[in-house]
Ligand binder design. Structure first.
Ligand code: GSH
Length: 234
């Protein structure tokens, strides 16, 4: 007797909700690219969020959200851990518990120190308050410089979790500087950080992923003007 067996392979649903200018969804996009996972991107207007975004992230109502076969995962660093556990190829984290802890430390440092201080203390401030923000930011960047000394990436030779978490710096730092009208980092004072930013920006997973410069600059200028209580000129 001849029995014909047909199998229906259900394609995996992998969707990333992002916005045009947010740095956080980029981490998710880079991680999926690194792992060779196919995905769709849904670009949200954060001034007019879609019902789907609100359904998938009812608590924070933010991007990124990763939707994997109907399950929604929020918070970019949590999403990276989910991606790492779900798709084992091309690990984002090393095996060694100590090295793993270090990668997670720098990822956390990215959000709690580097991003927080540069945005709230430098980009959105002026005068005395900004001077304090600059001091804090320089200290944070100095820590990165020291950690990166003699290394290509945070974990060594390959891009890992800490690089994905801090990768926004490779594009946004320069634009933050331009919008705030100052210079924080140069080749002479931060040779390792500058080399790492170039290395990261040149990685194939990063190509073509940055937001449009004009769009991002415009958004940051508006945020700065609003924060300083000035009218935005259009
Ligand atoms: N800690 C979050 C931050 C995400 C975040 O702040 N997303 C912003 C865009 S930069 C957002 O969606 N904001 C919309 C809102 O606050 O209404 C993560 O890492 O995912």
């Amino acid at each position: 007797m001849f029995i014909m067996v047909t199998e229906h392979f259900m394609a995996e649903e992998v969707k990333v909700f992002r916005s045009l200018t947010s740095p956080f969804p980029l981490r998710v996009i880079w991680a999926l690219r690194l792992k060779g996972v196919e995905f769709d991107v849904i670009c949200e207007d954060l001034f007019n969020k879609s019902p789907l975004l609100l359904q998938y992230n009812p608590v924070e109502k933010k991007v990124p959200v990763l939707v994997h076969n109907g399950k929604a995962i929020c918070e970019s660093l949590v999403i990276l851990e989910y991606i790492e556990e779900t798709w084992k190829q091309t690990p984002l984290l090393p095996e060694d518990p100590y090295q793993k802890a270090k990668a997670r430390f720098w990822a956390k440092f990215s959000d709690e120190k580097v991003f927080h201080t540069i945005k709230w203390g430098v980009l959105l401030k002026e005068g005395k308050e900004q001077e304090e923000g600059i001091l804090g930011t320089m200290q944070n960047l100095r820590c990165l410089e020291e950690e990166l000394r003699g290394k290509k990436f945070f974990g060594g030779e390959a891009i890992g979790l800490a690089d994905l978490a801090l990768g926004w710096l490779a594009y946004y730092l320069n634009i933050f500087e331009e919008v705030a009208g100052l210079k924080l980092v140069d080749q002479e004072s931060f040779p390792s950080l500058v080399a790492w930013m170039q290395e990261f920006a040149n990685a194939p997973i990063v190509h073509g992923s940055w937001p449009d410069k004009g769009e991002l600059t415009g958004k940051l200028v508006s945020m700065r003007e609003a924060s300083l209580g000035r009218e935005t000129r259009s």
